[in-house]
Design a protein around this ligand. Structure first.
Ligand code: SAH
Ligand code: SF4
Ligand code: F3S
Length: 464
């Protein structure tokens, strides 16, 4: 038996003795899809240990917060929820409260939790996913607090159990960590250096998901374009995509996130080559000022960025672009900000994820002079949203009258309707029954709303 299997067996015996009516675990993930993917693995482990999963911390014997550190508000929410758990523990003193993920990988946060939140039993970092059973066993068996932030030097653990959120869409991490050190970003500090999974492991997991009936598989990494770096095999991200897209079956592929400095024409050519690769490109630009991009350590300028966009549009005219934007980076001027407005008008993104700069302890930008007031940053932020709120609906209008292939995902809010997405990731509502859920259907778009489309089923036609 492997070490993990032994721990799982011991935990399961302990739980049976301690909780004759069954033990419940509440595992809550904050942050990006990669964190969600880690959370799915911890859920998989928890099920093997004998826990049943619950949706509420109030009736749980084991609560785990899998946290994010990317902005301050993500952390504040966790501190609030963690404080509230004190009452749960008073009612149920045997319960275990655990916290893991990017937030606690920062030493100052781990120490704060250790000192100010004595009801927290287990604190562990992002490198210990594969050792989750050992950590849970140590807390359960010793009734002692455990703090472990060690960084594993071994290979990426493979074949961990996983409890996926859905039956239609699945996410596969292809690489972990980040080497880019954008000056505002905490991720490289809390997730460590980039490590790619061997392609044979990815192909195996991918093929299994296709056989299980998953219809949309998203490849994950902080910078998927640098996939392959450090592997013994000679493989690039476009080559991996090419390989996965030739696997037989009825499915489509997405990927995120692409760093513009590593996005190549070769990648765009592979996207164009395969119908199975969604024509959606999330290409975070962060800012439209070359000076700020330099200080962000992004290694591209707006000219290079726009060249990529133009190349992709010349190959795939209907491709959808989305982006992340940071407003109020230290030292950003009104003129820099206007560069961002200009750029988003030029590109016409389908949607944007917009953030006000949040200083992160230990990053380079956190010690840069930042003279612009919070009020002014908020005003710029609203201005940015106003501009994008005109672009988004304008882009959607272009869908009217055309037919598209839509993956139906769930029931819509409106009675008698279902909702799905085009491969450009646009939400489409269509009249139809639940039997359509999980199917690719062809839909003619009748009407574009502000952020979704209304369409109707077309029988016997192929959509874009
Ligand atoms: N690796 C991805 C995403 C990283 S985090 C990438 O490079 O695009 C997701 C987004 O959060 C980033 O793209 C950035 O826009 C935002 N972000 C990261 N750190 C931030 C900070 N300190 N303040 C505000 N936004 C931040
Ligand atoms: Fe952060 Fe930059 Fe890495 Fe993205 S590429 S995770 S923004 S350091
Ligand atoms: Fe947050 Fe960590 Fe993801 S900081 S964005 S959960 S990698």
């Amino acid at each position: 038996m492997t070490e993990n299997a032994e721990y799982i067996k011991s935990i399961s015996n302990l739980l049976v003795a301690r909780y004759p009516n069954g033990a419940r675990a509440y595992i809550r993930t904050y942050g990006c899809q990669q964190n969600v993917s880690d959370g799915e693995k911890m859920k998989g482990f928890a099920l093997q240990m004998g826990y049943t999963l619950t949706d509420s911390a109030d009736d749980a014997d084991f609560v785990l917060y899998n946290t994010c550190a990317v902005r301050e508000n993500a952390e504040d929410r966790v501190f609030g929820n963690l404080g509230a758990l004190k009452h749960n523990k008073e009612k149920n003193p045997g319960m275990i409260i655990a916290i893991c993920g990017c937030m606690v990988q920062q030493e100052h946060i781990a120490q704060k939790i250790k000192q100010s939140y004595p009801h927290v039993d287990l604190i562990f970092g992002t490198h210990l996913l594969g050792e989750f059973p050992r950590l849970v066993f140590e807390v359960l068996s010793n009734a002692k607090r455990v703090l472990d932030l060690s960084e594993q030097q071994t290979d990426i653990p493979e074949n961990l159990p996983v409890k996926r959120e859905g039956t239609l869409k699945a996410w596969i991490p292809i690489m972990y960590g980040c080497d880019n050190f954008c000056t505002y970003c905490i991720v490289p500090y809390v997730r460590g250096r980039e490590k790619s999974r061997k392609s044979e492991h990815i192909v195996k997991e991918f093929t299994e998901l296709v056989h299980q009936g998953y219809k949309e598989i998203t490849l994950l990494g902080q910078n998927v374009n640098s996939y392959g770096k450090g592997l013994e095999e000679n493989i690039t991200f476009p080559q991996l995509l090419d390989k996965l897209a030739t696997i037989p079956g009825d499915f489509r592929i997405r990927f995120m996130t692409s760093h513009p400095k590593d996005a190549t024409h070769e990648l765009i050519d592979v996207m164009q080559k395969h119908d199975k690769i969604c024509k959606h490109f999330h290409l975070p630009v962060q800012c439209g000022s070359d000076e700020i991009l330099k200080r962000m350590n992004r290694h591209y300028d707006t000219t290079q960025y726009l060249e990529l966009i133009d190349y992709a549009r010349s190959k795939m005219p209907d491709i959808s672009f989305t982006s992340d934007i940071i407003v109020g980076f230290p030292g950003e001027t009104r003129k820099d900000f206007e560069g961002t407005l200009e750029l988003i008008k030029r590109v016409e993104y389908d949607s944007l994820y917009t953030f006000i700069y949040s200083p992160r302890v230990g990053t380079i930008a956190a010690s840069m002079p930042d003279p612009i007031s919070a009020q002014e940053k908020s005003a710029w932020f609203r201005e940015l949203l106003d501009v994008q709120n005109k672009i988004g609906p304008k882009r959607l209008k272009k869908y009217e009258g055309n037919t598209y292939r839509v993956l139906v995902e769930s029931k819509a809010k409106e009675d008698g309707c279902v909702t799905g997405r085009t491969d450009t990731n646009m939400v489409v509502n269509i009249p139809g029954g639940e039997e359509l859920i999980g199917q690719f259907v062809t839909v003619k778009i009748k009407h574009a709303r502000n952020c979704a489309l209304d369409g109707e089923l077309v029988i016997g036609a192929a959509g874009k």
